[in-house]
Design a protein around this ligand. Structure first.
Ligand SMILES: Nc1ncnc2c1ncn2[C@@H]1O[C@H](COP(=O)(O)OP(=O)(O)O)[C@@H](O)[C@H]1O
Ligand SMILES: O=P(O)(O)OC[C@H]1O[C@](O)(COP(=O)(O)O)[C@@H](O)[C@@H]1O
Ligand SMILES: [Mg+2]
Length: 460
């Protein structure tokens, strides 16, 4: 499917919009990219990306591979740009939950615009989407953002809810902003798409760029989200603590709750990295407590065999078992859940008290907000830098209405629709989940019929 772009590719490109698609030619002027004269970049052979370079979405070939491969435009600097440096008025906004690395992205957008393209007019919108129409902006310069990558959180502040498309676009128009960089998760990207549509409807020369942020790794298409590696690393500290406590006490059980309201990636990767976890519970893999093959039986088995047990539970796991108000939502419309970790801990305590055969010693650790609040690690910092720079290159080249992110290791420009149409979930028929089951030895919690169904549908 070619979405809104030039139709000259001999293959299927999920293309992104460009100013030339909706603005009259007399309103657009092309300029040579200032990077041609940049002392660092001009000396690098093949620094510029050919306008027709693309990245394959699927790189595994084979009989079962998709017959018609799909591609995205390769991210990077183009020979020509559609903005003069002094013409650019850029803004940055951060929305949704925190995640390690947001400040690095902010820093690199400001420094990248300044040092690569000579753009000096960059402002920060404070407090998420609602800040567009309820707060003043703050000026962002390389000096003011220097060192912020060493800090967790976002220097701009963030929020949920408050997305009013017209009010936001009015504010963009009123302030004369023509490059909008929006850092946020799946909810935010839906908001970015709405802003882009409104800007296009009004015929404005404003580039709207989404930078995907999610600690849950629930954004599809991209390889992984920034801050995810840092989160896994930080989660190890909580799992290690749970392990130490569990091992040091008779019949010790350590329960660690990690984030992931709909997707269990943090729990899965933290479990695989640790090797001390005996059971990992995620939203994608329902479980049950009582009876044969159930969780209580497995806990008893672990306590008998090794005298202790470590469990990791993603915040969205087991909600089919928990009685909760299903209508509770946050300001953005995300479903709010009861604390699954506390619930599970109580269920385990009640079970063993009632049964009276084993006296357990359970310690519950909830490090969720501590994990989210740390600064990004070294590799996430580099990832954030590439995201920021590629976002800038795309905007300067006149592209708009796109998200940037790594696809099979190459950064690409991805249309919003591909990012927002579904959530990335752990596929429990994939080999990765099998590795978790094999490393923990936990039950599959599937009945024989489900196992059979899974085997026939599995493609990995
Ligand atoms: N469908 C949507 N359309 C427009 N804006 C949305 C939509 N969903 C969420 N938003 C806005 O995006 C922002 C962040 O969304 P949220 O779900 O809280 O976090 P995240 O972007 O991290 O998933 C909020 O300000 C919210 O109002
Ligand atoms: O308490 P808050 O700020 O709503 O954050 C909690 C939520 O944030 C997350 O970590 C990330 O969610 P977003 O990607 O929507 O920001 C969820 O796993 C969690 O439910
Ligand atoms: Mg979200």
């Amino acid at each position: 499917m070619v979405t809104g772009g030039d139709n000259h590719f001999p293959f299927l490109v999920d293309d992104i919009p460009h100013f030339t698609h909706y603005l009259p030619p007399q309103h657009l002027k092309e300029h040579s990219n200032p990077l041609h004269n940049h002392p660092a970049y001009s000396t690098v052979d093949q620094y510029f990306v050919d306008v027709d370079d693309v990245v394959a979405e699927n790189i595994v070939a084979g009989k079962k591979a998709q017959k018609r491969a799909r591609y995205f435009r390769l991210a990077g600097p183009r020979q020509q740009v559609f903005f003069e440096p002094q013409e650019v008025h850029a803004c940055i906004v951060t929305c949704g939950g925190l995640c390690p690395g947001i400040n690095t992205v902010i820093r690199e957008i400001v420094c990248g615009l300044h040092h690569m393209y000579g753009v000096h007019d960059v402002v920060g919108i404070q407090g998420g989407y609602k800040g567009f129409y309820s707060k003043n902006t703050i000026s962002l310069t390389p000096k003011s953002v220097n060192g912020i990558h060493k800090r967790g959180g976002t220097i701009l502040g963030t929020s949920r809810g408050g997305h009013g498309t017209s009010k936001i676009v009015d504010s963009i128009q009123h302030r004369g902003i023509n490059q909008v960089y929006i850092i946020g998760g799946d909810g935010t990207q839906k908001g970015v798409a709405a802003i882009y549509e409104e800007i296009r409807k009004r015929g404005l020369k404003v580039s709207v760029v989404g930078i995907p942020k999610t600690i849950d790794n629930d954004i599809p298409v991209i390889d992984k989200s920034f801050g995810f590696d840092t989160a896994i690393e930080e989660a190890q500290r909580a799992i290690d603590a749970a392990h130490v406590e569990a091992e040091s006490n008779e019949n010790g059980i350590g329960v660690v709750r990690l984030m992931g309201r709909n997707s269990g990636f943090i729990a899965m990767h933290a479990t695989l990295a640790s090797r001390d976890v005996d059971c990992c519970l995620i939203p994608e893999s329902p479980f049950y407590l009582e009876g044969e093959g159930g969780l209580f039986e497995y806990i008893e088995h672990c306590l008998k065999e090794q005298g202790h047990m470590v469990m990791v539970i993603a915040e969205g796991a087991g909600h089919e078992l928990i009685s909760e108000d299903k209508n509770q939502i946050d300001a953005s419309g995300n479903k709010l859940h009861e604390d699954a970790g506390s619930w599970l801990s109580q269920q385990i305590k009640d079970h063993f008290k009632e049964k009276g055969n084993i006296s357990i010693n359970l310690k519950y650790i909830d490090p969720t907000y501590m994990i989210r609040a740390v600064p990004s690690n070294a590799s996430d910092n580099i990832y954030c830098t590439l995201l920021a720079h590629n976002a800038i290159h795309g905007a300067m080249a006149g592209y708009t209405g796109f998200t940037v992110g790594p696809v099979n290791g190459e950064h690409a420009y991805i249309p919003f629709q591909r990012i927002t149409e579904r959530q990335n979930k752990v596929v429990t028929t994939d080999r990765m989940w099998a590795r978790v089951l094999s490393s923990t030895n936990q039950p599959t919690f599937l009945n024989p019929k489900q196992v059979n169904d899974q085997q026939t549908t599995s493609h990995n």
